[in-house]
Each structure stands twice: as C-alpha cells, then as structure tokens.
Design a protein around this ligand. Structure first.
Ligand SMILES: [Zn+2]
Length: 146
C-alpha cells in the first residue's frame, strides 16, 4: 500500500535530519564511465514538454530532488554505493563472458567469502534508489522490517 508522505522535508531514511541532499538518478560513476567527464551535449532529459541538457555528471537533471540528508546520502550509504560500483565495473569488464554464459558469478565480483555481503549491499543501493524515487513523488517510504 502506498501512502502520501508524512515526513515531507525530512530525510526519508533517518526521518530526523532535513532533506538537503540529492541522490543521483543516473549514477555519477556510470555517466563518467560511459560518457567521460562531461559536458554531454548528446544527452538530454525530456520532461514536461521540454528538453533539458545534461551539462555534466553533477547536473541537477541527473539527480532526484533533495530527499535525503547528507549523512545518509554519503557516509551511511557509502558501502552500498561501493558495492554497486564494484558490480558495474565487473559487468563492464566481463560483458562478453556474461553474455555468453548468461550468468554473473557474484563470488567473482565480491570474492568467495564476501559475496553475500556484497550482494546485500548492492541490493541496499537499489532500495535507496527506490526510496528516493518514492520520496520525490510524495510517497511515504516504508520503514524497513528487519
Ligand atoms: Zn538521513
């Protein structure tokens, strides 16, 4: 069930600090890996009937509205961001093998002894992205059930 946000203006994750930090919709490292440091005259966002060109990897066009506090968006989620980056780097470097095998061995990505932690942190990265998407649209982000 989706509910209208009850924490408007606060970080949706800690629900204590002001939401003053913008998460990237398109990850900065992905943009730089794929298109270089910017500017990106070939990239634009089509929204509300207009085109907005993406000046660089820190453009507001590639970020959500401020929905997190800076601590949650930086320190608290750093392991999750790093786990995603590691996965994305692996995919980029092993695309032929992945396409031919139609599988990704997470032990090769994160190591034999750490693959479950790496997988969970990467999933937390996607959960953070989903939370930002919900919060940007005024939807209450459910609290975790651990
Ligand atoms: Zn926070």
């Amino acid at each position: 069930m989706l509910y209208e946000s009850r924490t408007e203006g606060l970080c949706w994750w800690c629900r204590a600090a002001p939401a003053d930090s913008r998460e990237h919709k398109l990850k900065k490292t992905d943009l730089k890996r794929q298109f270089g440091p910017g500017p990106y005259p070939e990239l634009s966002s089509h929204k509300d009937g207009g085109d907005r060109f993406i000046q660089g990897p820190d453009s507001v066009v590639v970020k959500f509205k401020p929905t997190l506090c800076s601590d949650c968006n930086n320190r608290r989620s750093q392991p999750h961001d790093l786990a995603y980056d590691r996965f994305a780097d692996y995919v980029r470097g092993h695309d032929r093998h992945i396409l031919s095998s139609r599988a990704i061995d997470l032990r090769a990505v994160y190591g034999r002894d750490r693959w479950e932690d790496g997988r969970d942190d990467m999933l937390r990265f996607f959960a953070k992205h989903a939370g930002c998407r919900l919060a940007e649209n005024g939807i209450e982000v459910p609290e975790p059930h651990l």
